[in-house]
Design a protein. Sequence first.
Length: 267
Amino acid sequence: MTAIPLSRQRRFVPPQVSLLALRVWQRNRDVYLNVWKSELIWPLVEPLVTLLALGVGLGGFVELDSGVDYVDFIGPALIAVFPMWTATAECSYGSFFRMDQQGTFAAILATPVSVDEVTTGEVLWAMTRSVIGVFYVMVMVALFGGINSFAALLIFPFAIVPGIMFGAISLAYTAITKTVSSLNYFFATYITPQFWLSGAFFPLEQMPDGIETAAWFTPAYHVVRPYRALAAGDVDASHLLDLAWLTVVGIVAYSIAIVLMRRRLVK
């Protein structure tokens, strides 16, 4: 696969991707399989602590107007927001170190693998880590009774779309990041607000209109809604619109990541 000429980088060229992108994914998978025990701490402990502290602890003092138990309310939402952190971390800190500190990308690009395939492989790996995170959190939520329908199993194929989207958004930012500390701005101004304002922890319809409107524009909002509906077995056509929203944003973010990674890695 030939590199994109510098003269063509000023306009968008469709991604040039082959099955070699899976080799990049495979490389990250092999590293993960060697360190997976140490990687279990955050994806397991933090969601569990949050579920215990808020769903079980605080939930005993919270009464929702809908009559839904608070643990049933936040449980499915945790399946959405914690894998968001996993995909984001993989394509931010993980990709940055592979690109800037470890020289992994430079070594890969010395082979027939192209920049577009490196970008695609990274995003696919972020999606994989996100789906793994969905499994971990779903098991914990199910143990506490937060899953009330077999329709919740559809969360797994659904999770592919937000996993790709969050990975692509994160990689697009990482492509323009010069120092690892700059990634803190991304988490503080983009990821953390979504965590709290996606409707995961309180009903947005009871908040001022401005907050609910702002939340609609955050990707996490469109993940929390269908996950909560699937867990309760209460899905309607509006959740297909959430899927469409996530798909469009994912395609745009992936396209931006392709362009910015070309500019960063093609010398």
